[in-house]
Design a protein around this ligand. Structure first.
Ligand SMILES: Cc1ncc(COP(=O)(O)O)c(C=O)c1O
Length: 347
């Protein structure tokens, strides 16, 4: 992957993806390969193409989305949707939804499949181990592009440079942002494989697509310095070998809390599923807004833990220390205790 189309954000990156993917197939004289398959509850940004590629219903309800030519398949969310299946069996089933969609639409009408390696905004959905290998098996059978959205997973979040490395994927396009500058300046991009850039260069003519701030020199300088520091301080190795495993071990301890049905994570992302009944994975009545209560308790006590429904998620900085992990865990535990107290007072 040797070319980058620079943008100002992850959303702009995914707008670029949508146009580039369709332009690629048109350049190959296959304009009917127009549909993009994505996933329910995936998140790819807030612009028209980003929110359409994303699979979030409440976003689609605002502004008449999704735009045509985007098909959403099931997500690999075992805890929430796996029912009686084992995680392994459910991972295969969720992946096979891709093959069904390709066959329903017809391979000749499908341009690409887009997915986050781990769904971030959807609730840190870590796919079962069987999921990505089965997706790879399916993609090998059909001539469609793979777009791996690295906006959250990229630049060390999972303990590898990219989520793509974690799962051994070979994307054709890779939208990036966030960790590229560690957020100190807005910058994003789409990393383009040689397979795609060769076609665009030879047959695509001019790509009528560009942003005033693409490759902005101040953002680029900050990104380069950020990458230099990540390498110099060996932050990827630190997340992979030291602080990531440490956080995950401590995070797992929260699974014994009466409110927590599952504690999961990879590297420096984590999620807690808040449930009424751990054994049956039964959720609280959504009217209670348990996730929101827990988030408010947490933020009041100085820990930014986000609520996605009743799933609590964290994404601490790559430089977090062991002492700070202890503080994070203590604050998360306090938020859980206070939430339980509040739920009991309401019933
Ligand atoms: C996976 C993913 N893609 C795209 C985006 C959109 O990026 P931005 O908010 O920079 O537009 C996000 C933002 O959270 C994201 O998590």
């Amino acid at each position: 992957m040797n070319q980058v189309f620079f943008t100002g954000s992850g959303s702009e990156s995914n707008d670029t993806v949508l146009r580039m993917v369709r332009h690629y197939w048109a350049a190959k004289e296959k304009p009917e390969k127009f549909n993009i398959i994505s996933r329910r509850n995936g998140y790819h940004g807030s612009t028209v193409a980003g929110a359409s590629l994303g699979g979030m219903k409440p976003m689609h309800q605002q502004g008449g989305l999704p735009i045509p030519g985007i098909v959403h398949i099931d997500q690999p969310y075992w805890y929430g949707e796996g029912a009686d299946l084992s995680p392994e069996a459910f991972g295969i089933k969720a992946a096979q939804a891709l093959e069904s969609a390709i066959l329903d639409l017809g391979e000749d009408n499908v341009a690409a499949f887009i997915a986050e390696p781990i769904q971030g905004a959807g609730g840190v959905v870590i796919p079962p181990e069987t999921y990505w290998p089965e997706i790879k098996r399916i993609l090998a059978k059909y001539d469609i592009l793979l777009v791996v959205d690295e906006v959250i997973c990229g630049f060390g979040r999972t303990g590898e440079w990219f989520g793509t490395d974690l799962y051994g994927l070979e994307p054709d396009l890779m939208p990036i942002a966030k960790g590229m500058t560690s957020g100190y300046m807005p910058m994003g991009g789409v990393i383009v494989s040689d397979r795609v850039s060769a076609v665009l260069e030879e047959k695509g003519g001019e790509f009528y697509h560009g942003y005033t701030y693409s490759g902005h020199p101040v953002a680029a300088a900050v990104a380069l310095e950020n990458l230099r520091i990540i390498k110099e301080k060996k932050l990827i190795e630190y997340v992979r070998d030291d602080i990531g495993p440490y956080l995950q071990e401590r995070w797992q301890a929260l699974a014994s809390h009466p409110l927590v049905g599952e504690a999961r994570g990879v590297g420096l992302v984590g999620a807690l599923e808040l449930v009424k009944d751990k054994a049956t994975r039964t959720r609280f009545d959504s009217e209670l807004g348990v996730g929101g209560i827990c988030r408010d308790m947490s933020v009041e006590n100085g820990l930014v833990m986000r609520a996605v429904g009743d799933t609590m998620i964290i994404s601490p900085p790559l430089v977090i220390t062991r002492e700070e992990v202890e503080e994070l865990i203590a604050k998360a535990e306090l938020a859980l205790d206070l939430t339980l107290e509040k739920i009991r007072s309401l019933s």
